[in-house]
Each structure stands twice: as C-alpha cells, then as structure tokens.
Design a protein around this ligand. Structure first.
Ligand code: GLC
Length: 652
C-alpha cells in the first residue's frame, strides 16, 4: 500500500481530475476526507493490503468517494449540514418509525403519499420501506434476494418514483430508511448470471467450488439459518458446474468480500443509496459478510472491519446517512456492532435491540421479569451516540437468542424454559391453554432450535379472542398489545412499529396457497392492508380504534418528553415484584418511571421501589391514565391491573 505522503499527492491529482476545490466549494468534503483518510487507509490496508492490485483498488475507492460527493444533490448536502449541527440527530425523541412493505401497505411508490396522513396521524415520521429493489418473483425472500441493486422492482414503481417520494417525505419533515442486502445477491443478479456462464472474474464474486471438499470443511462449523426450507450452506449450480455458498436460501448467493472488487462494488451501492437521500441505511445481515473455515462464519473480526470501513467512507461522502446493522445474534455479539476499542461508536450507529425484543415476549409468556433483568448488564453497555431500534415485531421471526446463563440465573432450566416459550406461542390445537396464536419457524430437529412467527395481535391473544367472540379476552389482549408497545416505545432508542400492528392485524394464513411463499411462515405476519379495516380506527369502540388511539397516545407521550431521547439514561428498578418491569429514564433532575405488569393478575408494588430511587413522599403524575398517584406509606401499594402499565413523573 502507498505510504501516506504518496497518497496526499494522489488525492491532489484526483481532486484536479474531478475539479474538486478543496479550499472553497468542496472544503467540507475535503476536510472530512482529510480527517477520515488515516482510518480508511489503515482499514483498507488491513483487509486488502495483501491483494496484488491493492494500491489501485485503494485509489478507485477514493475516486468513488469523490464521485459520490460530486453527485450529491445540494439539498441533501444542506440536510447533512443541518443534521451535523444538531449533534447526534437520531437520538431525538421526536423520531418514531414504522416498517412496511410498499405494495402490501399502499400498492406502489406512487400511491404511498396518499397514505402518509395515516402515519402522520399516528405520530410516525420515519419510514423503513421493506426491500424495493428488483427481486425475482417466487424467489425473492421478501425482496432480500436482489437481482439489481439500482433498479426499483417494477411492481413498486421506478427510481424516479422513489426519489420523488423521498423528496415529498423530507419536505414534510419525515425520514427514510431502506435496506442494502450486503451479504448476498439473487442468483439472477448479473454477477451470478455471468458466473453461471463460466466467467471466472464473476465466479470470484462468490464462494464457488468444483467439488465438495471445501464446502464439507465449512459445513463442519457453520450453523444452518433456514434448516427446514434451505438446509445446508452450499448449493450445486448446474449451469456453473460448481458448488456455491448459499447461507440463506438456495437462490441467495453469498458475496465474497475477500475480493476487493466485491467490496468496492458494494460500497458504490452504499453511496448510491446515500445519494438517493436515505437518512438511515439498514445493512442486512452484516454478521455474515466474512467467512472463514473452521468458524461459524458469523461475527468475525473482518466483518466488523468492513463495516467500520463503510462507516468511514459514508462519513466522508454521504454524511447525513446513518447506518443500522441488522445483527440478530447473541447479546454480547450485537453490542460489538456499535464498534469496540478505538472504533467505539464508529461502526453502526444503530442496531436492533433484538435481545430486549425477544425478552419482552419471554416476560409476556412467563409473567416474570427475572430473565430480562439478567440480560441488562450487557444491553445497557450501548455506547453514547449510538442507538437502538426498539420493536415488538418486525417482518422476521422472533428468535429466542439470549443466553442460557440469563435463564439459568433466574433459577430456570434453559432447555425447559425455551421449550415452554415455543409451546406457549405456537398454536398446536385447542387443548393448549395459551391464548397466543403463532407458529414455529425454522425448527431444527438436530439442535432443537426454533423461532416464532405471528403478528403482535395474534401472539397477544386477539385472534383467539375474536374467534371465540370473548369480550373480556378481547379487552385483555388489547391491553397486552398496548403494554408491549409501551415497553418498546419508552425503552430508549428509535421505536419502529410494524405496519398493521397499529390497528391490530391478526395472522393472515393465505400465504399457504402461494408457492413462492408457502415454505416461509413469516408471511403470516406480513399483512396486505385493507383500508376499510384501517378506517374503523375512526369508529369508537372498535378494536382498531382502541389500538390505534392507544398507540398514538404512547407516541405522543414519548414526543412530549425530551428525556425519552436516547441519552443512555436508562436504569431498571429493583425487582420488588418479579412480575413488574420498572424502567427509569432520567435527564438532569427530571425522571420518569415506566412500569409494566407482565402478569395476568393485578400486581402490587411497594412504595419502597420508588424510595430507593430517591423519591420522597410526593405525588406522581401518570401520563398514561392521566391521573395522579401519591407515594404512600409501606402498607399501601401501587396497584397495576393485569398487563397494566404506568408512565409516572414526579410532580413539582
Ligand atoms: C435478514 C432479513 C430477513 C432475510 C435475511 C436474508 O435477516 O431481515 O428477512 O430473510 O436477512 O437476507
């Protein structure tokens, strides 16, 4: 790799070649490049320094940054500036998100604007549009098998429609998030097609092998992601006459990041998305991007180095775009995606709080908070300046991926406890006492692992209650839905609702009749929105009205109180009552107690729980019930109804 003195010279040449004016017009860019260059150079050198053309590749990377800067719209540059003036703009309590499929929610990109008022009414101003780039029907994995990273799937519209939607959203104060599927492409992608046709240059974009010896070695230590529908990690390609690595589905070919051409092509895609005007880029499955024989091929140090390199490059060329690493892995491993050591808070800006998400389902089923509390020593380590995506549901399954020790420390047997949770949420006939209606996803008989599918409402008992026409059970399930949402909305981070949950969609089983979906029961919780149903939100007394109004109110409470910004200001109250999870958010002298009763019985909480936090015998205002409670003597209690919750603020 070039020494730094030569790099300065090369940059000077590149600037001249591309008419970059580092002293005036492009000063901000040039300054950022200067600031990040040492790290970019070092990271690139550590990963690709051994490649025969490493120096040329590095110059090409710098050229990509320059070109991305040059093609960035002036409006976006202004937005970058505004964001940087706000400090860490995305920690704000003013942001609230929703994840949705454009086609299933609105029809197309063109019709999306007509649905924005629904979101505005709810209080959502941050949209995650599920994958919208070209993806072959029937082999799409919900859009996560991309055949062209730069062409919008015609079903949704065009790139122009996307840009005009983004402009429309930005002008209304909204934010946009899209995915980049970094780990793999569809086997219909041009690179895979060329590889199949025998082009060695492109075969090197993937992990391809003429016989089973290397794949067999890899398989010894690689787990299976979709053991039921796509067992194994390699697929035989008849056209290519080779095995190719396919960690997810057989039609998703893993990209080979040991090849710098792959990295640069994908970095260009990242910057291209930055210039589409994204505020947040969801990096799909980052844990998988580096493979090494003899390992699980997940969470490897090189995967982190690649993400850090991407982060540095984005900060130079498209700085207003934050990064979300979708790492749904063990709690300790998730934390590393925020960066470690000298890169702390310099890798992914966001990660999914998948641990807490799963733990709230654990609490709902068990009625106890102990396992959740055992996980906090890890979750609360999130570095300042980074944030969580908090959620109760998303388009994926719920994995019970927290550690066994967290269960064991609660005095439970990890195997039996997980077995109980799986039985609780998966519907196995009416003989089972659980009100939840979900299904097991990706059961692996070899390991006993399984995850859970089902909508928020169905898992909270609404589907069963509606079928039975059981009024009290309907009310209780609505209470549970709102408690689960409240827990994730006040938790700290950017709440990301999942479309349909705001009006209580139950499972949709029609996917079973679609051969492109029937092998994947995650489709049961990806509804096609019926706007007549949604409009029942206006009719008082309906399920839709109660859930919509409740969710809206929760988001309002969050927006009205700045201490719900993600200021790393969270602590958990002592578990005086194991059924009640108590979260304290603080800012200066202000504090807010968020209490959640995960039990189906009324819970009594001693006032000592508050006294321990330094609370005197004053009054607390409950933002949720809009009523006042007085911190009483110890023979009195705060009583929370079954699945009840409170958002309590000391009154001045
Ligand atoms: C991510 C997506 C999931 C997809 C997988 C493979 O985990 O959320 O839906 O199946 O990546 O791309």
């Amino acid at each position: 790799m070039y020494p730094e003195s030569i790099i300065s010279e090369k940059i000077h040449q590149l600037f001249q070649e591309h008419s970059i004016d580092p002293f005036k017009k492009d000063k901000d860019f040039a300054d950022r490049l200067q600031a990040h260059l040492p790290k970019i150079h070092r990271l690139f050198g550590e990963i690709y320094g051994g490649c025969f053309d490493a120096e040329q590749q590095f110059l090409d990377l710098l050229r990509s940054l320059i070109l991305a800067h040059k093609s960035r719209e002036s409006g976006l540059k202004k937005r970058d500036q505004e964001k940087s003036e706000k400090g860490v703009w995305f920690l704000s309590n003013q942001l609230a998100g929703m994840s949705l499929y454009v086609d299933r929610f609105a029809g197309s990109l063109k019709t999306m604007p007509t649905k924005l008022s629904h979101l505005e009414e709810l209080g959502v101003n941050f949209l995650h549009l599920m994958p919208i780039f070209e993806s072959p029907a029937g082999e799409s994995d919900g859009g996560y098998a991309v055949s062209d990273f730069r062409k919008v799937e015609p079903r949704f519209g065009t790139l122009e429609d996307l840009i005009s939607l983004r402009k429309n959203m930005h002008s209304q104060g909204m934010y946009l998030m899209l995915d980049i599927v970094l780990n793999h492409t569809s086997h219909h992608h041009e690179w895979a097609q060329k590889a199949k046709a025998g082009d060695f240059y492109y075969q090197d974009f993937f992990y391809t092998y003429s016989n089973r010896s290397i794949p067999d070695e890899f398989e010894r230590s690689m787990p299976e992601i979709f053991p039921e529908s796509a067992p194994g990690n390699f697929t035989w390609s008849e056209e290519m006459g080779k095995w190719v690595m396919t960690v997810f589905h057989r039609y998703q070919w893993d990209l080979n990041y040991t090849n710098p051409n792959v990295f640069r092509a994908m970095l260009d895609t990242v910057l291209f998305y930055g210039n589409l005007g994204l505020d947040l880029l969801r990096i799909d499955a980052p844990a998988f991007i580096w493979k090494q024989m003899g390992t699980s091929c997940q969470n490897l140090p090189q995967a982190h180095m690649l993400l850090r390199l991407i982060k540095q490059c984005v900060q130079v060329a498209t700085p207003g775009m934050a990064l979300l690493g979708e790492a749904i892995v063990a709690p300790k491993e998730i934390m590393k995606y925020f960066g470690t050591g000298e890169f702390i808070a310099q890798e992914c800006d966001f990660a999914y709080n998948a641990t807490q998400m799963a733990l709230q389902w654990d609490m709902l089923a068990s009625g106890e908070t102990r396992v959740m509390l055992n996980a906090q020593s890890e979750i609360l380590n999130k570095p300042y300046g980074t944030s969580w995506i908090t959620y109760t549901r998303c388009h994926d399954d719920i994995g019970l991926g927290y550690d066994d020790y967290m269960i064991a420390q609660a005095g439970k047997d990890p195997y039996q406890h997980r077995k109980f949770l799986k039985e609780y949420y998966s519907f196995s006939g009416d003989q089972w006492m659980s009100p939840a209606r979900g299904a097991l996803f990706s059961s692996n008989p070899k390991t006993g692992d399984a995850r859970i599918s089902g909508t928020l409402a169905s898992l909270c008992g609404l589907e069963k209650a509606l079928i039975e026409g059981n009024g009290p059970a309907i009310d209780l399930s609505i209470q549970k839905i709102l408690m689960m949402q409240a827990h994730s909305i006040f938790l700290g981070g950017l709440p990301m609702l999942f479309y349909g949950d705001e009006v209580g969609y139950t499972n949709d089983y029609s996917y079973q009749h679609d051969p492109g979906k029937s092998y994947d029961n995650r489709w049961m919780h990806r509804p096609v929105i019926d706007w007549e149903k949604v409009n029942r939100k206006k009719v008082e007394g309906t399920v839709e009205h109660q859930i919509f109004e409740g969710t809206k109110r929760l988001l309002q409470i969050r927006k009205e109180n700045e201490l719900f910004s993600d200021l790393s200001n969270i602590s958990w109250m002592s578990p005086h009552n194991i059924h009640v999870a108590g979260l304290v958010r603080r800012m200066g002298n202000e504090r807010m107690y968020c209490l959640f009763n995960f039990s189906d019985k009324a819970a009594y909480l001693t006032w000592y729980a508050f006294r321990e936090q330094g609370e005197g015998s004053g009054k607390l205002w409950d933002h949720w019930t809009q009523s006042e409670v007085a911190v009483g003597p110890d023979h009195e209690y705060l009583i929370l109804e079954p699945y009840g919750f409170r958002v309590l603020e000391p009154k001045a």
